[in-house]
Write a protein that binds this ligand. Sequence first.
Ligand code: NAP
Length: 256
Amino acid sequence: MPTLQGKVAVVTGSGSGIGQAIAERLAQEGANCVVDYRDHVEQAQATADKITAAGGKAILVHADVSVLSDCSNLIEQAWQQLGSCDILVNNAGVEKGADFWDVTEADYDFVLNVNLKGAFFLTQAFVRKLRDAKKPGRVINISSVHEDMVFPHFSTYCASKGAMRMLMRDLAVELGPLGITVNNIAPGAVDTPINTSLLANKPKLDALLANIPLGRLAKPEEIAGLAAFLASDDAAYVTGSTYVIDGGLMRNYHEQ
Ligand code: NAP
């Protein structure tokens, strides 16, 4: 039997890249999915079509995760239209490069409001419903190697992902008694639209690839495989951890 039969998952930012691959994979494992999008409904519809092709049910919900009322509506729609909400994947994320001294308040709000505030309050909405229904659940945050590894000129991104690491650790302890597990997936470089400018810049890409022991970017499907494991019964006793999936990037230290 598929490992996630009868489960319902919300995957934020699932019209693109890693989120799309996760939604499709969870559906292949038997889950029904809420496909969340902010700007690109046509891409979200493509995800929904993949879920249906995999035998799952999909609903599309527009939700900007940086808006609290959108967060509560996203979880509410899962319960109303699919009958439950057992798995939350906080995947929606943005980045904006700038020298630290040039970062504006608008840059800061743009990145932190999506990557951190969104995950924070969406998880709160998810947990409140499970607590009231006395049901267990899974929270899977897509953080980044930059929850731990420096990324000069991306201080807002690092701040958001580093905070996501501590939020995950804290919630694993606080929510454990409710039967809710909380874990992070920390990808290295993945071949998705967020990296469009990197992929178009050969010298920069080659320099990055030289630092990755496996010599390539990850495919979104590889991140999705790890998410499927963390959502499955096999991971029932796993909580409070970050799973790095980076082709060895973080361990590639060289003596000069
Ligand atoms: P992507 O292809 O650019 O997708 C980002 C998704 O986030 C889009 O579907 C976008 O939806 C959604 N989104 C952005 N702002 C949103 C908001 N306010 N509300 C709801 N959805 C919003 O990027 P990706 O590479 O798949 O990234 C997914 C996650 O993985 C991010 O958290 C990123 O930080 C993390 N990550 C990526 C990499 C990498 O190398 N790709 C590495 C480490 C971590 P719309 O298109 O509808 O706006």
